[in-house]
Design a protein around this ligand. Sequence first.
Ligand SMILES: [Zn+2]
Length: 361
Amino acid sequence: MLPFSVDKPEHPKIIFENDDAEESNMTQVHSEMTQFSHITSYHDGKHEVVLSDPVFCNPNSIATVARVLKKIGEENGIIKYGGTKRHWTFVCCDGLPYMIIKKLKEEAVVCAIEGCGKSFLSMDNYSNHTTEIHPTVQRRFVFEFDWLYVRIGSGHYEMNLIKGFFALNWIPVLENLCQTMGFESDSAKNFAKSCKDHHKSWRLLLIFHLGTLQELVLPYVRHSMLTNKKPDAKGFLKYSSENYTSSSYPNFTYMVDQVCKYSQGIINFRMANRRNNADLLKSAKYMTKEIFHGRNHPKYQMIELYDSIQDRMMPDDVRSLSDKYSSITTSGNPSLGEDFRLHSRRKKQTTEVLDPKRCAF
Ligand SMILES: [Zn+2]
């Protein structure tokens, strides 16, 4: 079964549910997008996003990101900052602040020598401090940002996957495809290649995915008809591993890899986010990770690795909680999950009116 239809627009399905909770004749009516209905949705009702005061600084340096994190810690009642509510929390952000938070988690320390308690954003600064202030005492410190797990915003992650896929497949396939779809001049081609409009890139990716998949399925269906067998998905996978991986058909081998692993992985990534399906999300990240290496994208190479390692090393209870909220929906629609970063970004647009420069929280 194909996950999407390119030709037909997706129509929402109208759902009628009787309200069992109260003994009334009320019927709840909501619409549900049917395009991802074959993926199990783990959304647990709708969630409200609460916005706290913005921190007016651009989170692009060690000092500003540390300032934002401290503010998050204080506002969320983290015990380390004198709060009483919780010992730890999750923090979700995009690529650049993610790398800075990773560095801060590894390097920012608080001097634990009695009576001191000063914070340092790097180990070098801490070393200088101990040499100057406590030359005779043995070093003791605690990590300042050990109270947070960092999560990557899936919107930017998906954009970077698609950009990587387009860059790597531009010459063999996508240049011709985009030209056929009307991107004819050099500047139009550059626009398509660099994925300047994410929605257009997404439609082009689907056209590539479904078109190529159909080309790959066709020889299998012909083969099934000749041998009087009913074609099915498992049969296709067996056929493709027996025939398309042969060295006599390098083009088929390449296309099976691009379609069944990479473009399907990107599509699965989006579906997993929409449906809050943590297992599918992890499998999609695993299947697509080579795109960041093929395209030499060091920031996201590191993010993917750090994200996987962090996930493996979490205590089981923490992982269950993290998986339960891979994405959230504010409308209650089980196909419209978004990551926390995207929700805050939408709300942020209102606050940017106050400060035309970028602000963060
Ligand atoms: Zn000290």
